[in-house]
Design a protein around this ligand. Sequence first.
Ligand SMILES: *Cc1c(COP(=O)(O)O)cnc(C)c1O
Length: 674
Amino acid sequence: MSDLLQVPPSEASTPTNDRPQPEPQLNGSPEGQTFDSSQPWEAWSIDQSRETYGIRRWSNDYFDINDAGEVVVNAPTSNGPQSVSLMEIVEGLKQRDLETPVMLRLENVVADRIAQLNHAFASAIAECAYRSDYQSVYPIKVNQQCHVVDSIAESGKEFRHGLEAGSKAELLIAMAASTSLEALIVCNGYKDEEFIDLGFQALRLGYRCFFVVESLEEIDLIIRRTHHWNQRPFIGVRLKLATKVEGQWAEDSGDRSLFGLTTVDLIKAVDTLRAANMLDCLQMVHFHLGSQIPNIRNIRDGVKEACRYYIDLIKDGAPLGYLDLGGGLAVDYDGTVSTEPHSRNYDLNEYCVDIVESIMNSLDPHGIAHPRLVSESGRWTVAPMSVLLFNILTVTHFEPSPIERPLPEDPCEPIDNLLYTLNHLQLRRLQENYNDAIYYRDQMRDLFRTGAINLRQRAFGENVCLTILNRIAKMVPQLRRIPAGLSRLRDSLSDIYYGNFSVFQSLPDAWAIGQVFPVMPIHRLNERPDRQAILADLTCDCDGKLDRFTDRNGDISSTLELHKLIPDQTYYLGAFMVGAYQETLGDLHNLFGDTHVASVRITDNGSIEFKDELQGDTIADVLSYVEYQPDKLLQRFRAKAEEGVCNKAITVSQRQEMLKLFKDSLQGYTYFER
Ligand SMILES: *Cc1c(COP(=O)(O)O)cnc(C)c1O
């Protein structure tokens, strides 16, 4: 607590004026004890909750709040959207022995995304009279979990939706997936002979499997294996575009992009294929500018540059026919429609129309036939599908206790001064009052260090100081202009809500790249959220927290508005839009393992079908990931307990009890259990 309230010494000025002796007047202070702005008598509406959490800005209509103040999923079904409360899903999961934290996957949402993507390209193509078609591909790396890929393959069938593989493991997934045979399999990444040979098997089965070439060595390998398998492959070339993109990965775009052929190598690749009599296999130009591209302008620029390659490769004799735009279609995590890294300044329709128009404007003057368009939108497709549901375990408040009477008999000078400050707070001298409080508090701490005051005295003084800071924080909003020194006071006094989850396991991008995900309570939204809080997770790591949220104005705020805990009632929150990249990038920090996972489909009549329930890692599971053998561990502990019996430290029945607990724990959930 003390660290949170620490201010650099330079901020605390030395008060100079002589003051009279303090006259404590502690009773009947109108501000109360806390800076808590709750006005319980004021009504609170669901619309105010919508505003507070911006749910209508970021949810793409998939989520909203019902009259009971609970978050609902508006699941798209063939019978129109069906609204189901997340609390009802939490209840259903509990009955199936899945306690939070649970990663909830909503199958309707991902199916709807694939349909939307295909329809949007189809209407852009119709609108612009583009003379070819579109085919979507899902990049497996974005969420490789079996049930996710299965559900994408299944719901993508009617669109010939394909899969993109960046490794041999992902190619195996693609080959065995239940996609349509007309679907594309796009092989990216560095490929060894086995990778290429696997691709040839997919070709033999009738899949349109493309080898997208990343390096010249791959060309030689493909040519060799073509002779071996006596099968004509589909080849694509991965461009290294000079176009730079804004956003999270700006540094890795353009010339410094890790992937793709330089122009020099591209020419060599074409010449090598021609010499091998295989230039007819070169059918695709591929580029991927990066993920989460916030500015549509970068996307247009990339397409235009890629078209220049397309034109010149055709003129050079490559037949081509496919233009693969890669990923990059961004998700608006904060709903601000801006070029900030967590947003985007375009929508799906604009994305499709801009791409189609840019291609036509580039190719038409050269009389070049329109290619079939391919895109590999991963993040956009799967992000809204998953919600991390978790409960709050406890809260730390930074609130003072009532100041005790009588006052300590021998308060030291700094404590006298703190009391004086407390009784003389003035709106127009708030910054000065604040500086004084910090100054006297630090003086008091010095006295404690030298032994001049004791622990009880210090605790009294700290509490007075906290009372002052809370009162000041409460008065700050009344100021016309808030001094910089006071603007963050409220944050430093905010609560810490401890959530039953691990940032590192379930929201790794929040830690790694400062990603902002929408986080909000999933019930009690007809009540005023009257606490300001940051969220801490279960790991013992100071990075294990969420303290970047989008506020009602779309700005980044370090605190989130939450409700007071009600005794004996579980408080549930959801972290939304977490379907892309989070599950696989998650790690075992502090040995918190995979959470339970539940895939849910909402039926046409609005009932919940719990399709798959996967138990999260047990403690034995995570121990085995870090080289322990749970059996051996148990054996070792058994021997230790036996020693205890020999030493008469424990009885035999205590040993049995101990072993049972140890064994049960090995099979238990790594998260907090009730
Ligand atoms: C990662 C990746 C994608 C997915 O990008 P999103 O921005 O998530 O849509 C697509 N294509 C390739 C080649 C990738 O490496």
